[in-house]
Write a protein that binds this ligand. Structure first.
Ligand code: GLN
Length: 440
């Protein structure tokens, strides 16, 4: 079978079935003669916030509708070099803000396991594309859980690498100190293959880590018997879904059976981490999104006066969740409140990171739920603050920069996937993937 045939098989399946799922917002019509390289002919899907010079990059926002960047993101360059076929761009919550992909200005994406449910978000299109078998792997971005939560909701593997391991050059910014690109795949090995390709130093991203990355495949079959896992105290007493708790308990048993040690550890309060996230992320977002004023990018609303043009462009171009974040963030950064909100959140961030570092002197890895519940129903009315709360287990990795991986952990009675998460200290992906592979 030739690389081109592989591409065509996937492409046909996608065309036949994506009408039901809605994972993609733009497809690549040009089946490039697959080059050489490790991924020759392998289709990979990209979340629509990664710049592609041959496909639109609209971030699921009206304001960037049909925007066509003049260049490729660093990860796109790397995938092309490896011979991958970039099959299309996937749906997401507008500017990656959300947990269901329903904040997309484009369409609703459905969970392939149960079409009445969402695939999670914000990288819901990428998760659904992998779960539906349209692609063996996809890239997503994770600012507060947007790779790991949709992976859990869609029954696939999702990895948020250490902050700085993967270049953010060409990733449309949400919250620059938290954003990180990573793979979604059907198994740990495929995620490791993708990580090998996309990681590495890039001087065009000032926060890119200047390190040589190891081979992430090298320890996958070594098992977990040399690891101690930490279970954060109190997590299983929280008011969360019972099936999710059971999935964590089952993972503990599986780890112990495989020779690992599991002990309880004490971590900072989840409420504090969530509060810090929902100050820092909107603050950075409000600053990053200031550039969409109708002058340089996207759709402009013409008006007599310049100020009015800005106003109309932004009022019509941004959806409700993005506006909510801009208002929250502008408030947190405003002169009278900056010390109490933004600066306070940065201090909390430092304290949290120190607390985690102490815990990683005792254990190699943490085991937690990925999300408090399985996938929500499509169209479920939810208070924004309740939805924010569902990020509790994922935001710690973004606040600290640590890598986290979500693994499939069975299904509930309704056939909805469940997920568990492993977290390690920074740049420890070799061990994180080893542990994940042992638990898979
Ligand atoms: N649900 C989180 C939020 O809306 C996560 C977003 C993300 O990781 N991009 O902020």
């Amino acid at each position: 079978i030739s690389p081109r045939e592989i591409t065509e098989v996937y492409r046909e399946r996608l065309e036949e079935l994506d009408g039901k799922i809605g994972a993609f917002v733009d497809l690549n019509d040009e089946i490039t003669p697959a080059g050489e390289g490790e991924l020759a002919g392998i289709p990979v899907a990209l979340k629509d916030n990664m710049a592609t010079s041959n496909l639109s990059t609209g971030c699921a926002s009206e304001i960037l509708e049909d925007y066509q960047p003049p260049y490729d993101a660093a990860v796109v360059e790397k995938l092309k070099e490896a011979g991958a076929f970039l099959i299309g761009k996937t749906n997401m919550d507008e500017f990656a803000m959300g947990s269901t992909t329903e904040f997309s200005a484009q369409k609703v994406t459905r969970n392939p396991w149960n079409l009445d449910h969402v695939p999670g978000g914000s990288s819901g299109g990428s998760a659904a594309a992998v779960a539906a078998g349209f692609v063996p792997a996809a890239l997503g971005s994770d600012t507060g859980g947007s790779i790991r939560q949709p992976a859990a909701f869609s029954g696939v593997v999702g990895l948020k690498p250490t902050y700085g391991l993967v270049s953010r050059y060409g990733l449309i910014a949400f919250a620059s100190s938290l954003d990180q690109i990573g793979p979604l795949a059907r198994n740990v090995e495929d995620a490791a293959i993708l990580l090998n390709i996309i990681s590495g130093h890039d001087k065009r991203d000032s926060t890119s880590a200047d390190i040589d990355h190891p081979d992430y495949l090298k320890n996958l079959d070594r098992g977990v018997s040399n690891f101690t896992f930490g279970l954060p105290e109190g997590y299983l007493d929280l008011d969360i879904d019972n099936d999710v708790k059971q999935a964590v308990r089952d993972s503990i048993k599986a780890l112990e059976k495989a020779g690992a040690e599991v002990i309880e550890v004490e971590l900072p309060s989840l409420d504090q981490m969530l509060a810090a996230y929902y100050v820092i992320a909107p603050a950075e977002a409000s600053s990053n999104l200031a550039r969409y004023d109708g002058v340089q990018y996207g759709k402009r609303q013409e008006a007599e006066e310049l100020e009015e043009m800005y106003f109309e462009t932004r009022s019509l171009g941004f959806g409700p969740e993005v506006k909510r974040r801009i208002m929250l963030g502008t408030y947190a950064l405003s002169a009278g409140y900056q010390d109490d909100l933004y600066k306070q959140a940065l201090k909390v961030r430092t304290i949290i990171k120190e607390a985690y570092q102490e815990v990683f002197e005792k254990v190699d890895m943490l085991l937690t739920p990925t999300a408090p519940t399985p996938a929500f129903a499509v169209g479920e009315e939810q208070d924004p603050l309740d939805v924010y709360y569902t990020d509790v287990f994922t935001v710690p990795c973004n606040i600290t920069g640590f890598p986290g991986i979500s693994l499939p952990a069975g299904f509930n009675d309704e056939g909805l996937p469940l997920g568990v998460q492993l977290i390690s200290s920074s740049f420890n992906e070799v061990e994180l993937l080893q542990a994940a592979s042992g638990l898979e």
